[in-house]
Write a protein that binds this ligand. Sequence first.
Ligand code: MN
Length: 262
Amino acid sequence: MRILLTNDDGILAPGLAALHAAVADMGDVHVVAPATVQSAAGHGITVVDPLVVERVHVDGRFRGQSVDGRPADCVKLAMRKLIDGPVDLVLSGINHGANVGINVLYSGTVAAAAEGAILGARAVAFSLEVGAEWDFAQAAGYCRAVLEALLADDLPPGKLVNVNVPRLDHGRPRGVRVARQAVSGVWETYRCFDDARGRACYQLTDDFGFTDPEHNSDVACLADRYVTVTPLHVDLTDTNRMEGLESLTFSLDAPTATDGGA
Ligand code: MN
């Protein structure tokens, strides 16, 4: 099995090293990851500037290639150009922080996996919720176990799964839950200050939370300390609204000019 490993926290991130250690025996593992931290990069790609690729030997633990671009750039470039032969499995993470609820849309970790799915690979994104302490090695063990179960069920090519591990400083996770992505509201805060030139600046803080997450959603289950498994698809079509829109009468003719009133 040819595996591509990537993330959005950069090739030197401890979560990536932990995931690498956990899956190294599963196949032919290639690491192509951003050269720098790309948090909340979403599914952006680089089109104006060229991408610089460098070989990296991370702490004597693994070798990989860094890309000075976005997470989705890494996967696109790796699968189109850097890796010989088709990639069977794209693994992204383990992200430093959960990717649940509406944050899934901002997540570079999920976007990297989504890019892999778009290009025909099986794809899984892994994230670890923020806690007082970080144990990526422990989290990676859970990620491996979930991955084994997914692959045993013959995860089809082109399918995307989002996995989140709850904070581990409150104890071992209670179990695994398959959960919907929450779409309830969020609250967030900006820090306001003037820069040296007196210009108004606003910085998003990490003081952030979810309001009334749906029962059994990824947000709710993660808060209950379950590992969450959420199948995602990249089709953004709102299928329920198709019929309503199809019943409308659309015209490409410009509206007839009137006298303009007044
Ligand atoms: Mn990240």
